[in-house]
Design a protein around this ligand. Structure first.
Ligand SMILES: [Zn+2]
Ligand SMILES: [Zn+2]
Length: 241
């Protein structure tokens, strides 16, 4: 039974605009679930854990990826980022929780903290908000752990739009993260860093590096919504797109 509100503002699919639901069945099928893999070598690994042999000094203990990155993900994230409709937010957050329920039988720590990938104050002033905050909050809420958006901060100007740089420059582009509260770190045993899309995971690793420079024994995990499918070529592994 449609409500009065539905009649005035009929629901339509966030992705394709088809009237009916906020996410139509056809578009829902476009969400391709990720296969648990090690984020470094991109080969199967239970619980999305980093293989011991792949671990380097600042590697994350695990990197959970919810879905494969495709055309749908970019459309959805663009709408989410620019806050065109609160329905988009609700739809995405509902999907995140559904997907988390499927994969998060992995043990979690009550003394864990969830943080978003930080954006610099300058970027925040320009944009008014950090869209990864609400994704982070949603995940913290699901895991029943604390959320902090200010535990780590980012140096102004370090978040030059990554796509404006070519691959080599991107590699050279130094990103600086700093710790805000050293006191809080004493009580934390695990940190989950949330991002929307990752390619190599190097930005998340940079946050891990600054965290591990304060406490070596802290567990640092990553959780991102989308990542391109891996493809293997002559022994090396690349990420598409
Ligand atoms: Zn649709
Ligand atoms: Zn590996």
């Amino acid at each position: 039974m449609p409500t009065l509100l539905d009649m005035i503002f009929p629901k339509s699919c966030t992705i394709c605009s088809k009237y009916g639901e906020y996410l139509c069945d056809r578009c829902k099928k476009l969400f391709k679930k990720s296969i648990p893999e090690c984020y470094i070598c991109r080969r199967i690994s239970g619980g999305y854990c980093t293989h011991e042999k792949c671990m380097r000094e600042n590697s994350l203990d695990s990197m959970i990826v919810l879905w494969e990155y495709n055309k749908l993900s970019s459309t959805l994230l663009k709408k989410y980022k620019y806050g065109l409709a609160t329905d988009v937010k609700d739809t995405l957050e509902l999907l995140i929780k559904e997907r988390m329920e499927e994969i998060y039988n992995i043990e979690y720590n009550k003394k864990a903290f969830c943080i978003p990938i930080p954006v610099s104050y300058r970027r925040l002033r320009e944009r008014g908000f950090n869209q990864t905050d609400s994704i982070g909050r949603c995940i913290a809420d699901f895991l029943n752990i604390k959320f902090s958006k200010n535990l780590v901060y980012r140096r102004d100007g370090s978040d030059v739009h990554q796509s404006l740089l070519d691959r080599d420059e991107r590699f050279e582009n130094k990103i600086d993260f700093y710790i805000n509260s050293y006191e809080l770190f004493e009580k934390i045993e695990e940190i989950v860093i949330v991002d929307d899309v990752i390619t190599t995971g190097s930005t998340v690793e940079q946050v891990a590096r600054v965290i591990k420079s304060v406490r070596r024994d802290i567990k640092v995990k990553g959780l991102c919504l989308f990542r391109g499918k891996p493809f293997y070529k002559k022994g090396e592994v690349k990420t598409s797109p």
